[in-house]
Design a protein around this ligand. Structure first.
Ligand SMILES: *Cc1c(COP(=O)(O)O)cnc(C)c1O
Length: 377
């Protein structure tokens, strides 16, 4: 069976894990965490980054930092992972979903203003498949209504919008290093980007169980104590050592994925030209990172058949998010602003093909052939 995804191993991960162990200081914020932090600060051009246990936790930190309280309203797309919503629901907020655009599967920026009420506090754009939301428009709306923007950039390491790294445009940004993402720490991990100066100090405190421990280590206070709410959100150094093994080859990994993506695109283009499928659209102001390769078929029924056909041919392809607004928890914690024109419909057409670092060209050729034969071509 051809796998759908594989954790990225670039080569030196084990060596760095051993190096970390040999320091006998393997908790958070040690040798490899510092190396990773410096890399992200330089590459993303961001003044404050914090490795976390997951993107879910980075989003939870964002909700605490923004003082989200009961009945605050948070705007986001329904076509996303549960953590985007949960992070805010945990603080008592209500989620207000806005429809997506059919071209990028991202939040439709033209429908956000209508969803704003006096209770709205935050807009959470999710950059689906590492392709940017229309951030200029979103930041303008946020400014006009005095709202915060938290980018769910879980899938977006190395992606850009008008040459700015995703995750650095909103007040806060969150990334994932789960094994299914382009870069991974030891299976689970995340990163919080603190772009707005005023959150820098408190972000350290919330991540360190509500203490000013990291200020103490930097010599800024002479003892550390309990100063705020918080939790344990630090990535351990063994995990950061694994991540460092990936980051060392970040450009090669990115190029390898982009090459696979292009091979799929070129190979399936003629199915699109015949009107049988739709291929992904990358707006010209976006640089993507080939986080995923998806295509869209006619409807849910055709998708189910295609997934089954691929499985019979030893190819594991999968669908993606089931919109949150109609889920059991969604019905309790959210409302949908306006009409669901594209969210449900487009999500039912989408199928993701195998994509990982090191995916062999011969396998991509086989997958393209199999998809074509499904359509009788
Ligand atoms: C993967 C993902 C997350 C969650 O990341 P974890 O690191 O597993 O917590 C959140 N949002 C989106 C859009 C994701 O793709």
């Amino acid at each position: 069976m051809i796998r759908f995804s594989k954790a990225c191993i670039a080569g030196n991960e084990l060596k760095y894990i051993q190096e970390s162990m040999q320091t006998f200081s393997i908790s958070g914020d040690n040798l490899f965490t510092k190396k990773c932090h410096k890399w992200f600060e330089e590459r993303l051009n961001c003044k404050k980054v914090l490795l976390t246990t997951s993107c879910t936790h980075a989003l939870e930190m964002a909700a605490i930092l923004l003082d989200i309280k009961k009945d605050d309203e948070i705007i986001m797309p329904s076509y996303t992972f549960v953590s985007t919503a949960n992070a805010f629901v945990l603080r008592g907020a209500k989620i207000v979903f806005v429809d997506i655009r059919p071209d990028t599967m991202n939040i439709d920026e033209t429908k956000i203003e209508k969803a704003i009420t006096p209770k709205t506090k935050v807009i959470v754009p999710v950059h689906y498949a590492g392709v940017a939301c229309e951030m200029d428009r979103i930041m303008d709306i946020a400014k006009k209504y005095n709202l915060f923007v938290v980018e769910d950039a879980a899938q977006s390491m190395m992606s850009r919008y008008k040459n700015k790294a995703l995750g650095t445009i909103g007040h806060l940004g969150a990334f994932s290093f789960h094994e299914t993402k382009n870069y991974t720490s030891a299976g689970e991990g995340g990163l919080l980007l603190v772009n707005d100066e005023k959150f820098k100090e408190r972000a350290d405190i919330i991540r360190e169980k509500g203490t000013n421990r990291s200020l103490f280590f930097r010599g800024m206070v002479d003892k550390y104590s309990w100063v705020d709410i918080g939790s344990s959100y630090l990535m351990n150094d063994i995990s950061a050592a694994y991540l460092w093994g990936n980051l060392e080859f970040a450009d090669e990994i990115n190029q390898n994925r982009l090459n696979s993506w292009q091979k799929y695109y070129d190979g399936l283009k003629n199915l699109e030209d015949k009107g049988l499928i739709q291929l992904p659209i990358i707006p010209k102001e976006c640089i993507q990172n080939a986080h995923m390769f998806y295509l869209k078929v006619k409807d849910l029924n055709e998708r189910t058949k295609l997934i089954e056909y691929l499985k019979q041919n030893d190819i594991y392809a999968v669908f993606h998010y089931i919109p949150l607004h109609n889920s059991e928890a969604g019905l309790r914690f959210s409302r949908f602003s306006g009409k669901d024109i594209f969210t449900t419909n487009e999500s039912e057409k989408l199928i993701r093909l195998p994509m990982y670092y090191g995916l062999e060209a011969s396998i991509i050729t086989k997958i393209i052939k199999t998809v074509k034969s499904f359509f009788g071509i």
